[in-house]
Design a protein around this ligand. Structure first.
Ligand SMILES: [Zn+2]
Length: 237
């Protein structure tokens, strides 16, 4: 549960902008409090009986905000439970209603077994099944180590072995983060916040960008240069 002070201006937790993908602040342009009680918000207006049973201090707030970087609009729904004072409270749940949340994908230059596991984790993440997402992101890292030919008796030693294969210490640290989140999901059954899972997915995406996407881009540029040279040579015998 996220404990936040609810003020009159509305509150949007800082996080990744779904439009520009940058970690940024949001400017609240407007917010509406609704007396509809969750989980009845989508279907019916609560009757007096519901209000007596569940209390009248839980409200749904629609927040219209714009990204501090790209300026595009994000609409969030916050489920808020107000304290007795009616001024402060806790945000119990935040869901993004616009833009529609789509599962993340890795670039096509990433080997398919890694992409598939990551995509499965991403679908779990969108469905807010964060333990499953953590486990699948860990499996994607395991597959990535296999693809890079890492050796070791367990995932931790395989990740460390990547240093010998030209992977930077920074990326190795990031992959350990993903491994730990997955371990805790699988073995300790810990629950994670949306932000923690999103951070790990971003770390994996950054790592594969350096490991697969950039080399692929360089290869494409090299091929294009060669094609230009060949065409020039063919035209100038
Ligand atoms: Zn943005």
């Amino acid at each position: 549960m996220t404990s936040l002070t609810v003020d009159h201006n509305g509150l949007v937790p800082p996080g990744l902008c779904p439009n520009c993908r940058l970690r940024t602040g949001f400017k609240v342009r407007g917010s509406d409090l609704s007396t509809y009680l969750w989980p009845f918000a989508r279907t019916e207006h609560p009757d007096v009986e519901h209000q007596l049973k569940y209390g009248v201090r839980t409200w749904l707030r629609q927040v219209l905000a714009s990204c501090g970087h790209c300026g595009k609009t994000v609409v969030l729904h916050q489920l808020i439970r107000f304290h007795e004072d009616g001024e402060t409270g806790e945000v119990l749940r935040v869901s993004q209603v616009w833009p529609e949340r789509l599962p993340r994908e890795l670039h096509t230059s990433v080997p398919n077994p890694v992409r598939d596991l990551f995509a499965e984790g991403a679908r779990a993440e969108v469905a807010e099944a964060y333990r499953a997402a953590g486990a699948m992101y860990r499996a994607a890292v395991e597959e990535l180590c296999k693809d890079l030919g890492a050796e070791g008796s367990n995932l931790a030693s395989k990740i460390n072995d990547l240093v010998k294969r030209g992977v930077t210490h920074e990326i190795v640290e990031d992959l350990h983060e993903a491994r730990l989140l997955g371990n805790w999901s699988l073995h300790d059954g810990l629950e994670f916040s949306a932000e923690e899972v999103a951070d790990v997915a971003d770390l994996i995406a950054e790592a594969v960008h350096v490991l697969y996407v950039q080399p692929e881009e360089r290869r494409a540029m090299r091929d294009a240069r060669k094609a230009r040279r060949d065409a020039y040579a063919a035209g100038n015998p």
